[in-house]
Write a protein of this length. Structure first.
Length: 410
């Protein structure tokens, strides 16, 4: 079993190394090669692929092929696609760049569910053993950031070569993983499962409807960070941008472990609000620390990523699990992901791109003042959504008391 855990941990490490190597500083590299105007559009493709990927996985991979083989094939194809992307940046072929990246994303997005499936299938105690495997994914993301940052490649097309090489390595490694049967083999095809129709019935619950709508809309300001934080750090004078960005993931592990403690004491509503407030604080820090040259304060804004992400997204996942009945838990989690990483991220990335193109002039004499305007907008949007959520979402006090022990376990 120990050898199996090591093999699965290596799989998870490589999975998130592949993603972290290119994703974090893609916008910065695009700006370096004159692709600034399509950064928002590029990150919106991640969301589109996230929407399409479950359809590919649910209709084909889940029913006909073993998970480790699908994982291997997708990473081999994706790795090859990545190797052709640097030439498009160098030659200024924006359409080919977008096409190749989108095809890569269609290969990449299903692999996150596949690695989870392989991991869960081969552990005897998922609650104790899977988190150990999964944390190596976070370590892989961190190592990718440190590696690229320390080599001074944050704004270089080489990030795609590094990610592509890691993808090819994982593709080959996947064929050595323990056999994992197709999870949906023999099950009848269901449109209700595929399109999450039963989960939509939960919208009859007022709190659930408020939570889902808020989550979708809050991803509009969140997307400004994922799309343009690296570009902002470059403008602020940071050289090893990828390494700086990885600080957030380092501290995220600590905040992740603190979630059961805070859930038991402050409740889901307050946890979600803390997460939302942290995002607003981050945007305000960026807005005023940039023009003032307070680089240490900007790093603080990066470092609170654990509060921003874990207190909002993981707490949201827990709430979705609590709101759903046992028959629709999987559908509900999928719906939550679709609303946030799918529709919310797609809309938010396009809005962020438009905001960037209208406020940031690469030839501006005072570019950090322009960034101040850029970050104030998501801060104000986030503040409005936080107030609306506070008023609209009713604290489920009785449910919280009855489920205290369960939450603590989570």
């Amino acid at each position: 079993m120990r050898l199996t855990l090591i093999r699965l941990s290596v799989m998870m490490f490589l999975e998130y190394f592949v993603h972290g190597a290119w994703y974090v500083t893609c916008g910065l590299a695009m700006a370096h090669y004159g692709f600034s105007s399509i950064i928002g559009l590029t990150y919106s493709l991640v969301a589109v692929a996230s929407i399409i990927a479950p359809l590919i996985l649910g209709v084909i991979a889940d029913r006909f092929f073993s998970s480790e083989r699908v994982l291997g094939v997708l990473h081999l194809i994706g790795g090859l696609l990545l190797l052709f992307i640097p030439a498009q940046l160098k030659e200024g072929h924006s359409l080919l760049f977008l096409l190749l990246l989108f095809l890569f994303l269609l290969c990449l997005m299903p692999t996150f569910a596949l690695t989870n499936n392989v991991g869960f299938h081969h552990v005897s105690n998922s609650e104790k053993q899977f988190p150990i495997i999964r944390v190596f994914g976070t370590i892989g993301w961190i190592i990718a950031g440190l590696f690229i940052g320390q080599l001074g490649l944050s704004d270089n097309k080489a990030i795609f070569f590094i990610s592509g090489g890691a993808a090819l390595l994982l593709g080959l490694y996947s064929f050595t993983l323990p056999h994992t049967p197709a999870p949906g083999k023999g099950k009848p095809f269901s449109k209700r499962d595929l399109f999450r129709l039963d989960a939509f019935l939960l919208f009859r619950n007022w709190n659930f409807a408020v939570f889902m709508l808020t989550s979708l809309l809050f991803y509009i300001p969140i997307s400004t960070y994922y799309s343009f934080a690296a570009t902002f750090l470059g403008a602020a004078g940071f050289k090893n941008v990828s390494s700086i960005m990885s600080i957030g993931q380092m501290l995220e592990v600590i905040f992740m472990l603190s979630i059961p403690f805070f859930l038991l004491r402050v409740g889901i509503k307050n946890m979600l609000m803390i997460g939302m407030a942290a995002w607003i604080v981050r945007f305000v820090i960026f807005s005023f620390a940039g023009p003032a040259g307070l680089m240490g304060l900007i790093i603080v804004g990066i470092a609170i990523h654990g509060i921003c992400s874990d207190f909002f997204m993981i707490t949201g996942t827990i709430y979705a699990e609590k709101a759903a009945g046992p028959e629709v838990k999987a559908q509900t989690q999928s719906l939550f992901t679709l609303f946030t990483n799918g529709f919310g991220s797609f809309i938010g990335s396009l809005i962020a791109g438009g905001l960037y193109n209208s406020t940031i002039s690469q030839n501006g004499a005072d570019i950090l003042r322009q960034w101040q305007t850029f970050w104030i907008v998501p801060a104000l949007i986030g503040l409005g959504l936080l107030i609306a959520f506070f008023i609209s979402f009713k604290q489920e006090k009785k449910a919280h008391r009855n489920s205290g022990k369960k939450q603590a376990a989570l």
